[in-house]
Design a protein around this ligand. Structure first.
Ligand SMILES: [Zn+2]
Ligand SMILES: [Zn+2]
Length: 198
């Protein structure tokens, strides 16, 4: 499988989402390599640093919205709060028309962490991806080692010009600097460096 087979890039069923079960990240406490991974039991992502074992205090944030009629007077009450840490089934709000406080059922939207311009982050805790390096004006990044390997195989296959690329949703969405022929050797060197990053 490794000799001939590894020279062909078949794309496979990968989408970028098939790599989001685990993220290799930089621990915001100690700067060492840490992990954000999805627990199969709960379906939630958790942060774990194997170096310092400290947790991250903040959870994913939500935007809370209420658009509901006041049960007392029928006034249409609207309210929204940014950066809510926990979902609850109801919130108590004071109607601005009749001034009665009632229970309202909110809706929630996921709030993506703010992206800094210089670094790629994962969407669950907003920590910085470990596997990233600047490449000219762009950033070469991968969520995890499997993702990095996938990029490497893609570039190697292109370099050898042997294969017919089958459709892969992930490859379709790759930035042009990764697809560009003149970058291939330099990209492979950068990927190698990232693989060895400690
Ligand atoms: Zn740490
Ligand atoms: Zn009211």
């Amino acid at each position: 499988m490794k000799d001939e087979g590894s020279e062909r890039f078949t794309g496979g069923p990968h989408t970028i989402y098939s790599f989001t079960n685990s993220f290799v990240v930089e621990c915001p406490h100690c700067g060492q390599r840490a992990e954000v991974s999805k627990r199969t039991s709960s379906g939630h992502h958790e942060f774990h640093c194997y170096a310092c074992h400290r947790a991250i205090a903040h959870r994913p944030l939500y935007k809370l919205s209420v658009h509901q009629y006041c049960p007392e007077c029928g006034y249409r009450v609207t309210s929204s709060q940014q950066k809510v840490k926990q979902k609850t089934s109801f919130v108590r709000l004071k109607c601005p028309a009749c001034l009665q406080t009632s229970k309202f059922t909110p809706t929630y939207e996921d709030l993506a962490p703010v992206k800094t311009q210089s670094a790629e982050t994962e969407p669950y805790f907003g920590t910085t991806l470990w596997l990233q390096t600047s490449f000219g004006a762009d950033i070469l990044w991968a969520y995890n080692y499997e993702h990095l390997q996938h990029l490497k195989e893609y570039i190697q296959a292109k370099l050898r010009q042997r294969q017919t690329l089958t459709y892969s949703p992930m490859v379709e969405r790759l930035p042009s600097f990764i697809k560009s022929a003149k970058n291939r050797t330099a990209l492979l060197a950068s990927i190698e460096k990232l693989t060895l990053k400690k």
